[in-house]
Structures are given as structure tokens and as C-alpha cells.
Design a protein around this ligand. Structure first.
Ligand SMILES: [Zn+2]
Ligand SMILES: [Zn+2]
Length: 266
């Protein structure tokens, strides 16, 4: 059984990951992956927006580091990508980023439900106490739906991120999920199975099986990502993620080359 490509990996330039790209590549080869993609947190137009991403003037260095890994590991296919924060109003900036290098894909992620609250930030965990859980999920999925429909991204990252610390609404969220997935389908955007959720309080892959079932019914394509912030996390729990996708009905996933999808067998 061939494990799918790991399309979500970080580098130390984002200031909260360890290990150079060559070390991630080495680990990928060691566990038998044949394809990976780096998707570090993209810079914002304004440096200092937060403390968990590269600055603008580090973008070229990031690309060089990935190119070095490509050169050092010719037996491994290594894609060049970014995990880009979607915030309404940032669309022009995201287009500028897209024009700067020859990217293979952009993962569009919502971490911010407002300009000041990144809901997955452990340093801001207490903010959840001031909020209604359903309202946070609702605001998050409204943004995720905009991201999915924006045509700025090939993949939507960790679709149900608000569950990270275990905050789950006691109201039915099906309509939120369906709106988001309809937008993804319409614009041809894939979603990722992100195994980092298994390493968080929620102890579950992003997204939930329920969302994945809805995605399959709607014909939304998938990719896989470990969201590795250290080399030993590369490809983590990928057999389990692949099995989940197959159990739901998926027999294909997407490979991305220069921002174009090629379906491959799962
Ligand atoms: Zn990160
Ligand atoms: Zn993320």
C-alpha cells in the first residue's frame, strides 16, 4: 500500500517549527513516501501581524530551502506551496503572493475569525470562554466558505479547526458544512485530511468523518497533510487517514503540479 503524498509541512521560518526541509525530506523517504509538499505559513502584507509566520523578506529564502531539499532528494517528489491565511480583504495580497513564485498549490486556511483572534492559538485559549461556541463555529465556517469560493486556493486546510481544543457546539452544524462544501465543489477546491487533529485535544483527524462523508457525496476532492511542525511528524497517521477516506468511499486523491489537479489512485 502506497501512502498518499504529505502536502502540509512547515519549516523553522514560521518560528514555531523545527527541522530544515531536508530533514523532513529525509523522514519522508525513511517512511516510504514518494511525494511531499512544503506549505509553510505565508507572510502577511504587514510583517508583525502575528508571531507565527515568516516575514515578507524571508519568502525567497523559504523557496531556496525547498529547492535545496528537491536537489538533495531527487528520488522524492517535493512540491512548493504555502499555507495562506484567508481573511476577507486580503485577496489582492494573496494574488500578489501567487505571482511571486512558481507554486504547486496554495492551502487556504482560516485561523482568524476576526483580525485579532486566531482560534487555534494556545496563547489565546481563554478567549473561548468569552464566546458562544456555536457562534465561533458559525463565523469560522462563513469565512471558510468565502475562502473555498475565492478561487485563490487549491486546497482548504483543516476544515473543522474550531474543534482543536475540544470546543464542539451542541447545535447541528450540517448547514454550515454543506454551504462550505458546496462552495468548494463549485470552485473546484479540494479539502485535506489533516492528521494533526489526532495530536490535539480533539483527538480526531480534521475534518470529521461526518464532514468527509458530506464532501464525498458532493464530489469534493481530497489531499492529505500531516501539518508537520517537526520532521518526525511527516506522514504521521497516514495509513489511518487513507483508510478513513476509503471507508467514506474515496478512491482518488489529488496531486497538484503548478496549481493544476491530477487525480491519482488512493
Ligand atoms: Zn503552524
Ligand atoms: Zn493551519
Amino acid at each position: 500500500m502506497q501512502l498518499p503524498a504529505d502536502y502540509h509541512m512547515h519549516t523553522p521560518l514560521c518560528r514555531h517549527a523545527t527541522g530544515e526541509p531536508v530533514e523532513y525530506a529525509k523522514q519522508a523517504v525513511a517512511i516510504g513516501l514518494t511525494e511531499i509538499g512544503f506549505s509553510d505559513h505565508s507572510p502577511m502584507r504587514r510583517d508583525g501581524f502575528d508571531n507565527w509566520r515568516m516575514n515578507q523578506d524571508q519568502l525567497d529564502e523559504y523557496v531556496e530551502n525547498v529547492r535545496k531539499a528537491q536537489k538533495d532528494f531527487p528520488q522524492l517528489t517535493i512540491r512548493l506551496a504555502l499555507e495562506v491565511d484567508y481573511l476577507p480583504g486580503h485577496e489582492d495580497w494573496i494574488r500578489e503572493l501567487a505571482a511571486r513564485h512558481s507554486w504547486d498549490y496554495f492551502i487556504g486556511s482560516v485561523h482568524y475569525v476576526s483580525d485579532s483572534w486566531d482560534i487555534d492559538n494556545p496563547a489565546k485559549l481563554s478567549e473561548w470562554q468569552n464566546r458562544n461556541t456555536f457562534e465561533v463555529w458559525s463565523a469560522y465556517f462563513d469565512r471558510l466558505t468565502l475562502a473555498a469560493g475565492s478561487k485563490l486556493f487549491e486546497i482548504i486546510g483543516h476544515a473543522d479547526l474550531p474543534k482543536k481544543f475540544g470546543h464542539r457546539p451542541n447545535r447541528d452544524c450540517t448547514s454550515l458544512f454543506e454551504k462550505f462544501l458546496a462552495a468548494a465543489k463549485k470552485s473546484g477546491c479540494a479539502i485535506e485530511l489533516n492528521t494533526a487533529g489526532l495530536r490535539k485535544d480533539c483527538r480526531e483527524i480534521y475534518p470529521s468523518r461526518r464532514i468527509l462523508e458530506l464532501a464525498f457525496q458532493k464530489g469534493v476532492a481530497i489531499t492529505f497533510g500531516s501539518d508537520a511542525h517537526a520532521p518526525e511528524e511527516v506522514g504521521m497517521n497516514f495509513a489511518e487517514a487513507r483508510q478513513l477516506a476509503r471507508d467514506v468511499g474515496y478512491r482518488e486523491c489529488c496531486q497538484f503540479v503548478k496549481r493544476k489537479c491530477r487525480p491519482i489512485n488512493l
